[in-house]
Design a protein. Structure first.
Length: 190
């Protein structure tokens, strides 16, 4: 595939659906996009519970990794240039922390930096059912320009496997950054 001169920060927080973040990292690597990665402690646990991969293998998919506790890391500053940030999966705790402006972890600080620098910020929440509190936080962030992209795969492309469903969501994330891909068949009408 062609080389893309982009720099994307991928964050994984503790919501179920670690495979979405892993597949995004795999795809960005294949597209030669420079990737920076932050994995929360609970995302590490989800990786262990939900996949056969080690946390170290997931980290190896990224060009650069940072500790979620290191608030002095490069993504904590607006002077560190990124083309955007995606939190995939995004736990409701992380989403609420961002909505409330809590810069208590590197993930939430990086999200706030993306917002203050007017950079693309995509959150992929993975929770169901949603409470009014969840929806209010999402609405607040959407009104501030944050892209809320729930892990809700479409079926118009007639998925044949779980991989097809995962690729659909990851493809939708790539679309938010204008990154060309062939992860799913696009709707062409009747």
């Amino acid at each position: 595939m062609q080389s893309i001169c982009m720099r994307i920060l991928t964050c994984m927080s503790g919501g179920s659906g670690a495979i979405y973040g892993i597949r995004l990292l795999e795809t960005l690597k294949a597209l030669n996009v420079e990737t920076h990665l932050i994995i929360s402690r609970w995302a590490e646990e989800c990786i262990r519970l939900e996949t056969d991969l080690s946390v170290e293998k997931v980290k190896a998919l990224a060009d650069y990794t940072y500790s979620n506790e290191d608030l002095a890391a490069r993504p904590s500053s607006g002077s560190f240039k990124l083309d955007g940030t995606v939190i995939i999966p995004c736990s409701m705790k992380t989403l609420a922390s961002i909505a409330l402006g809590l810069d208590d972890t590197l993930i939430t600080r990086a999200a706030m930096v993306a917002m203050k620098e007017s950079r693309r910020l995509v959150l992929v929440p993975r929770e169901t059912p949603l409470t009014a509190v969840h929806i209010e936080h999402m609405l607040k962030l959407a009104r501030l320009g944050v892209i809320i992209l729930p892990a809700m795969p479409g079926f118009y492309h007639r998925p044949k496997s779980i991989d097809d469903l995962i690729n659909h969501i990851v493809g939708k994330v790539l679309d938010q950054f204008g990154i060309e891909h062939n992860l799913f068949k696009r709707w062409e009408g009747r």
